[in-house]
Design a protein around this ligand. Structure first.
Ligand code: SF4
Length: 409
């Protein structure tokens, strides 16, 4: 498994695989070929089908600077290796420099076909939760201590930066009103949600109001191209910050505990990323929101002082009940269903950790098994339901849009 530096990326939305990944691919190409004068970039699969809504072309134009660039959306070609495939052909005047096929595999991480590309080494020798759990038990370590043992204590400084960026995204989202960009013309609603205190609000409703408004705040920032942290992706970037912000700001949990919880959550996200996928284009929304929910559930379980077994159970419960969740963003924007889905997953994450607290320690399904199941289920999903905007809500909304004039252009 790679470092948590690679999982948690501080950057701009709206999509890690459609913006951060392609941007990184272009920058890597230009670093290798600094004398590039012309580029041809061809987007395939989900990058072609939802690239416009996800601002892929916009980010590529930003990344190339003044270099003459042709961007082609090829929606026909099959992508047998990965649905987020792009081709970069670079020239120096009329001489072709190279022709790369790049896969944007989720969370802003890329793989270049035929090249051993990685600027972040694989530093974890263990990659299954059960193996890590056994190692921790044998060495009397908690999960966050294991992370810092592998990565070194310097990681704490980076996680502090991640935590600052997460809080900023919540606060900026709560303090901003107006319309989100794009054809849906949705109004931001985080601030209104936060301020909607009904008469006789009990603790349960208050928790729902706070978790929802924090998650929506982050994802409205994401939808606007604002700064967020991939946790594990841009589209699912509101779940973990919402839960951590709630514990820190409303429940007065210390910053030190929050940093340790970020390490625990990162380990869970890394296990999914390594053994399965965190890409909506590859495995549907279960891979994005399901993983984010597992990460936040594990963080919540750690904060609630549950032991390693129950932290794993919380992560498992969170993923198990997202199995089969499809990815069907309307018009390719990371807005409907994405924004509200983060709020639902934040609430579910806290609930999953409480279910783990209340239920027997020994479960029939382990976290490793549910991760494998998610991956297999994702591979079985028709491409309509994997970030192509050709099925589900995306299809129904487009058919019915004339009955819904308020929301359309
Ligand atoms: S539906 Fe889920 S996986 Fe698809 S773009 Fe939205 S958040 Fe990402």
């Amino acid at each position: 498994m790679q470092s948590l530096y690679e999982l948690y990326k501080i950057g701009n939305g709206p999509s890690s695989s459609h913006t951060m990944g392609p941007k990184r691919a272009i920058e890597t190409f230009l670093t290798q070929y600094p004398h590039t004068t012309k580029l041809k970039v061809i987007l395939y699969g989900s990058l072609a089908l939802t690239g416009k809504g996800h601002l892929t072309d916009y980010i590529i134009k930003q990344a190339v600077g003044n270099i003459e660039t042709e961007i082609i959306f090829d929606t026909e070609k099959n992508c047998p290796i990965h649905p987020n495939t792009m081709q970069i052909i670079g020239y120096n005047n009329d001489t072709q420099l190279d022709d790369w096929t790049v896969y944007s595999i989720g969370g802003g991480t890329i793989k270049i076909d035929g090249k051993e590309y990685s600027d972040i080494p694989r530093i974890y020798s263990l990659k299954k939760f059960e193996d890590i759990k056994l190692y921790c038990k044998n060495n009397n370590l908690q999960l966050h201590e294991y992370v810092f043992q592998v990565e070194g204590l310097k990681l704490k400084d980076y996680l502090k930066k991640v935590w600052i960026a997460m809080q900023q995204s919540v606060e900026k989202g709560l303090n901003t009103t107006g319309k989100l960009p794009g054809r849906l013309r949705l109004s931001r609603c985080a601030q209104n949600m936060f301020n909607t205190v009904v008469e006789n609000e009990d603790d349960s409703l208050k928790q729902t109001r706070l978790l929802s408004s924090y998650a929506v705040a982050v994802n409205e920032e994401n939808a606007s191209g604002g700064q967020i942290v991939t946790a594990p992706t841009c589209g699912s970037s509101g779940v973990l910050p919402s839960v951590l912000y709630y514990y820190n700001h409303d429940k007065k949990v210390s910053e030190e505990t929050i940093i340790n919880a970020l390490a625990v959550a990162g380990l869970i996200g890394n296990i999914v990323k390594t053994n399965a996928s965190i890409s909506g284009a590859e495995c549907g929304c279960q891979a994005e929101i399901g993983t984010a929910c597992s990460m936040a559930a594990a963080a919540s379980a750690y904060i609630l002082k549950l032991d390693i077994d129950r932290i794993g159970n919380a992560a498992e419960i969170a993923m198990e009940h997202h199995l089969g969740l499809t990815c069907d963003p309307i018009y390719g924007y990371v807005q409907i269903p994405c924004i509200e889905r983060n709020a639902v997953a934040a609430i579910r994450a806290v609930d999953a950790s409480k279910i783990a607290m209340l239920s027997p320690k020994n479960r029939s399904i382990s976290f490793d098994v549910v991760v494998e199941t998610m991956y297999e289920t994702g591979k079985d999903l028709q491409s309509h339901y994997r970030e192509t905007s050709e099925g589900g809500l995306a299809k129904k909304y487009c058919r019915n849009k004339y009955y819904n004039k308020e929301m359309t252009e």
